[in-house]
Design a protein around this ligand. Structure first.
Ligand code: SF4
Ligand code: SF3
Length: 544
């Protein structure tokens, strides 16, 4: 028997699954505890469904279910103690809900007990991914669960801004319970997969509304990638409310704040422009952090994924986590009952450390979220009508370590001059510093923001469809060449499929969790493909 089994991300070992240790650095213990946490959530969901409970009455449980799902996203949380505590918390919620109901339906997930870590690991070994024997059912169940993880991340960020949608929580219970229902066959699960995409669109819209109502609409912005000579904190991950609190608390302290990886788009929001200690972006996509954190010199705050295990104690002592993220040995900053986080320990540490070492200079441009692009719509439409823009290529998604991802740099470099890249997510670091020029003042790389802002690209596509009077999104001159890594990309994919987008290319490899039959359904129904050779792919995209 293997030590663990996980195949939820693009870097699954040998393209099939991690069985000894995660390529991401996840230990078997963490992987197994995460499996048990998911199983516990299934039990909670079965109780909610069997009891006919409304999500609107389950405030605390709703919040902890999405927090739990987020904790299991790739590279979010490596802390076994934190995951064990979360399992205990969810079992307690499950039992509290059960005690108020008179249920005649009983399942193992609704009733199992654990006493200590050893009993948890024993139980985990029985309830992980491979406990579903039929590979197609397993594939669809996991596709839905990974979509839910991505959805939960969006819902979690929105919740931090005080925005919620009970329909989303209700669906999470329904779908998690359905993954335990042996009466559901492949067809039922395919339908549930598309429904996951439907609710994914709602979650993305909820977060978009939360972010823009709180921080304003992103606007075209040049972001400094150099440094200045003051001590500083680097903030990574995706949570903008954490950034807001950090900027408030560092104001006037002499400590600067730089963004890292997926925090870069924070610079596009009007709200954050008012902080004169908010200096710029340092470094690149998540997987380069091991070297870049060394030269940054100051403390690093992770608000969400993607953490790469720090290679030595001195770096670990500079890394702090908060929210759903965690790493053993790193200080975790908890919110108080009002959601306030005290970052003073990080700020005091920053004051004792050196200013960042410069690794590059210049500026990068972004802020092309939907409101900004719609404001430029006349210009964009004219460029399409005149033929100056022949094609848009959506290259949103994630970056990752694999050499195969050089494909995306080469693709961007070779793409004809009359094509524009629409991007979101850390995938952009493969080409956002290349001199790709502009078309009549429209940059050839339009960055809408984080992976969480992929919704903006959907809104832009819908708007163009309306302006051009087309019946289908597929009639637009837009091609989709999406890079994926973790589970937020899965919900973006399911959302696009739900919206009827066809012929999406997903790379650098198709997910290991798609069984051959499930992959075939995606190919036949939706025209999904993976990447090939750069020149041939460009020809294909530009022709269709
Ligand atoms: Fe492997 Fe990815 Fe799972 Fe990590 S998250 S254990 S790399 S499949
Ligand atoms: Fe990147 Fe982790 Fe997905 Fe948010 S930071 S896109 S991989």
């Amino acid at each position: 028997m293997s030590n663990m089994f996980c195949y939820q991300c693009q870097e699954a070992s040998r393209g099939t699954g991690c069985e000894i240790i995660g390529v991401c650095g996840k230990s078997p213990e963490v992987a197994n505890l995460q499996d048990l946490l998911i199983y516990t959530l299934k039990g909670v969901s079965q109780v909610v469904m069997a009891g006919g409970l409304e999500a609107s009455t389950l405030t605390k449980v709703n919040h902890e279910v999405i927090n739990s799902l987020f904790m299991t996203i790739t590279n979010a949380n490596f802390d076994e103690d934190a995951i064990e505590a979360q399992i205990r918390k969810m079992i307690a919620y499950r039992d509290e809900l059960k005690s108020s109901l008179n249920l005649d339906v009983k399942s193992d997930a609704m009733n199992f007990e654990v006493t200590n870590r050893a009993s948890m690991l024993k139980k985990a070994a029985l309830v992980g991914v491979l406990s579903t024997k039929d590979e197609d059912v397993r594939s669809l169940r996991e596709l839905i669960i990974y979509g839910l993880k991505g959805m939960a991340a969006y819902a979690h960020h929105a919740l931090n801004i005080g925005k919620e949608n009970h329909e989303i929580y209700g669906f999470v219970y329904e779908a998690l319970a359905a993954t335990q229902d042996n009466s559901l066959g492949a067809d039922d699960l395919v339908a549930l997969t598309l429904k996951t995409g439907e609710l994914g669109v709602q979650a993305m819209a909820l977060l978009d509304n939360a972010n823009t109502s709180m921080f304003g609409n992103p606007e075209v912005t040049e972001v400094n990638i150099g440094v200045r000579n003051r001590p500083a904190i680097l903030i990574s991950g995706h949570d903008l409310t954490d950034l807001k609190q950090l900027l408030e608390q560092t104001r006037g302290t002499g400590v600067d704040v730089y963004t890292h990886s997926e925090m870069l788009p924070a610079h596009y929001y009007p709200e954050f422009k008012k902080y004169d200690n908010f200096v710029g972006n340092y470094g690149n996509a998540w997987w380069k952090q091991v070297e870049e954190f060394e030269s940054f010199n100051g403390p690093i705050l992770f608000t969400t994924n993607c953490i790469v295990p720090p290679r030595n104690e001195s770096l670990r002592n500079r890394i702090f986590t908060t929210g759903a993220s965690g790493y053993p040995g790193c200080v975790h900053v908890e919110a108080d009952a009002d959601g306030v986080k005290d970052f003073s320990e990080i700020i005091e540490l920053a004051k004792t450390l050196e200013a960042p070492t410069e690794i590059e200079t210049g500026k990068i441009i972004g802020g092309f979220a939907h409101a900004q692009v719609v404001a430029l719509a006349d210009k964009v439409v004219d460029a399409v009508k005149s033929g100056a823009i022949r094609k848009f290529v959506v290259m949103a998604g994630c970056d990752g370590r694999m050499n195969q991802r050089n494909y995306y740099t080469e693709f961007a470099e070779k793409l004809p001059q009359d094509a524009v890249i629409l991007t979101a997510g850390c995938a952009k670091y493969r080409y956002n510093k290349l001199p790709l020029g502009d078309i009549g003042g429209i940059p050839r790389v339009l960055d809408a923001g984080q992976c969480n802002d992929s919704y903006s690209l959907v809104v832009i596509a819908m708007k163009l469809k309306e302006i051009f009077g087309l019946d289908s999104l597929n009639d637009l001159p837009i091609a989709y060449n999406i890079a994926w890594y973790e589970q937020k990309a899965v919900i973006v994919l399911l959302a696009l499929l739900y919206l009827g987008v066809k012929n999406i290319h997903l790379g650098p490899t198709l997910p290991a969790f798609l069984s051959p039959n499930v992959a075939n359904v995606l190919v036949e129904k939706f025209g999904i493909a993976t990447i090939g050779e750069v020149d041939e792919d460009i020809e294909l995209f530009m022709a269709n």
